[in-house]
Every structure is written in structure tokens, then in C-alpha cells.
Design a protein around this ligand. Structure first.
Ligand code: S3P
Length: 182
């Protein structure tokens, strides 16, 4: 079965450390599209790091900035978007993406997520704590049903960036034969 509308953008969702940015960057390269990471766009808009926004202005302010930035980015075309881990965890987000958006949930376990995510603590204040694994397990359990609203799920646990990217491209080429990949 092929999708009715033309592919305009790819949206990657999933937990911190699931590989949204590394896979998104590689995917965009292979499609000849741009890659934009929600967190980078938020940091540019706020003129502060994610950790600073959380610390100085609080999580609710971060979430409203995130919502606004995401809305703008989801209007772009020929772009691969890497969302922040919390964006798709709010009810209704994935159900309301614009037409022509292919959504993928990059799946990862809490242990692997913590192992990867704590390499960049300035972006992950929510895991910058001694009980990070417990916190990640709790958050993931709450979020998984919402991430599952993505059209496709790709397991990233033991796969390289190159393999996850190739898996996504295989799915896209089936549903959107018009795309060109290098
Ligand atoms: C968050 C994930 C982070 C960043 C912020 C909050 C979350 O993005 O937006 O620290 O709530 O899961 P990444 O998923 O890109 O690490």
C-alpha cells in the first residue's frame, strides 16, 4: 500500500538517546534534504542551552517554546526533523502532524538510553541525576503508548546509525517511490 500524499518531511520521535539526531542527520544526507533538530532550534530561539532554559525558566516554559518551534518546523518541506524526547509525549501530537509527514519511533531501552544520553548532559537535564536509570524507566513507561502513535517503529537498541538509516530508507522507498536516495 502506498501513501496518498507526497512525502514532504520525515519526523523522528523517541526517547533521549534513541538516535534521533545522528540518524536524522544521516538520513537527511542520503535524501539530499536538510536536517533540523528541535532542541537546536529551541536553543537558537532562546539564546540559551536546554539545561539553562530548564534551570532559569522552568520546564513549562521549555515546553511552550518547544511547541512553538515544532509548529514552525513542521510547516517546512524537504526536511528531516529530530524532535526532542518530550515533544511526542504530549497527547495528540503525532495525530496532528501535517499531511505528507512520515513519522518514525526510534525505540530504545532505558539502560541503553541512559548510557547514550548522559554523554550530553547539557541537553538532558531530566537525566542529570544519580537515579537516571530509574527516572528513564518511569518516563519511558509513561511515554511509550504515545510514541507508539508514530506510523512506523524502528528498534535502535543494537543497530548502528547506518543500519537504522538504511531501514528507514527501505520503508520510505516502498511507500514513496518518488524519493531519490544517494
Ligand atoms: C527531553 C529530551 C531532550 C530535550 C530536553 C527534554 C525529554 O531532547 O528536549 O532535555 O523530555 O525527553 P533529546 O531527546 O534530543 O535528548
Amino acid at each position: 500500500m502506498t501513501s496518498a500524499s507526497r512525502l514532504q518531511r520525515v519526523l523522528l520521535v523517541g526517547f533521549m538517546g534513541s538516535g534521533k539526531s545522528s540518524v536524522g542527520r544521516r538520513l537527511a544526507e542520503r535524501m539530499g534534504w536538510r536536517f533540523v533538530d528541535f532542541d537546536d532550534a529551541i536553543q537558537r530561539a532562546a539564546g540559551m542551552s536546554i539545561a539553562e532554559i530548564f534551570e532559569r525558566e522552568g520546564e513549562p516554559r521549555f515546553r511552550s517554546l518547544e511547541e512553538r518551534v515544532a509548529r514552525d518546523l513542521l510547516a517546512d518541506s524537504r526536511v528531516v526533523l529530530g524532535s526532542g524526547g518530550g515533544w511526542a509525549a504530549a497527547p495528540g501530537r503525532l495525530e496532528s502532524v501535517p499531511e505528507g509527514t512520515a513519522t518514525f519511533w526510534l525505540k530504545v531501552s532505558p539502560a541503553e538510553a541512559v548510557r547514550r544520553a548522559t554523554r550530553h548532559p547539557a541537553k538532558r537535564p531530566l537525566l542529570d541525576r544519580p537515579d537516571a536509570l530509574e527516572a528513564a524507566s518511569r518516563m519511558l513507561a509513561e511515554r511509550e503508548p504515545l510514541y507508539a502513535a508514530a506510523r512506523w517503529t524502528v528498534d535502535t537498541e543494537r543497530s548502528s546509525v547506518e543500519d537504522v538509516t538504511a531501514g528507514i530508507l527501505e520503508i520510505l522507498e516502498q511507500d514513496y517511490p518518488e524519493i531519490r536516495v544517494v
